[in-house]
Ligand binder design. Sequence first.
Ligand code: FE2
Ligand code: FE2
Length: 307
Amino acid sequence: MDFLPFATGAILDNCVFAPAPWRWTRDELTKLLASGQSELFYHRPDQARVDLWRRVQRVDVTRGAGIEAFRKKSPAQRVVEINDAAAELTRILYEQPLTAAAVAKGEAIAGEMIRAIKEDPGSVAAIGKLARHDDYTYYHSARVAAYSLSIAVSMSLTDNERLRAIALGCLFHDVGKSRIALDVLHKPGALTPDEWELMRRHPSFGIELVEAAPNPVFDQTAREIILHHHEKIAGGGYPHGISGQEIVKEVRIASFADMFDALTTARPYQVSRTRYEALDLIRHKLMPNVDADVYKAVVELFGKGSA
Ligand SMILES: [Fe+2]
Ligand SMILES: [Fe+2]
């Protein structure tokens, strides 16, 4: 359909028409689809954008069951299903540009994750046991978000705005890696100096991407997480080499979760550790780079000999 012949919003036989160059807004499209319209006509050059929009819309934490039925499930079950949806969204972010629809979907996922983890911070134990290398790229950000929310709630950071910033920052913390070729991201051996230099730029790429995104949902804290999740408490991290209290609490939580997920997931160059082994390794080898309060919270969540 190259042109749209009817008045704005005209509905005929369950099809919706609009005159060119009318552009449906996201809200209008959402309402139209929710009202059961089975077909929308759009300008042919917009095909790729519409396909992407549809692909993002299909990411659904409820798997079509509706939000009320979904919220009746246990927090642990919900966290697992939310992680699947977040992984699918991450896959789209690696393959397609960051759009307003994708950011909005990230917000919805963050909201459900906060709800489940506030109900039961221990529900996070349900994720990660099946962490595998081939899932890592897409599931990693979802797990980092879930771990970070559980740590935050365990540390009595329960303000919803703060949790929302943590969840969004973590879900998008590695979005800058979408600018790095998959063969570099997945390289089984050591990176060359040039490849490593490129990898070290992913936090800055991430900030550029979210700043170019149309929705202003990434507040200062969420941006701090994206930009500084590879900084270290003792200094020497990247991109800015800041240290100690210069790294805000939420970032210290997120970077712990980031490291913890990397340690407990099988990768091309390492077998996965149990959570207990990872905490042991952190205590003996990595403690100068870790916030002691965050470590304590994670020990309380996972440390009692759990796998
Ligand atoms: Fe990262
Ligand atoms: Fe990461």
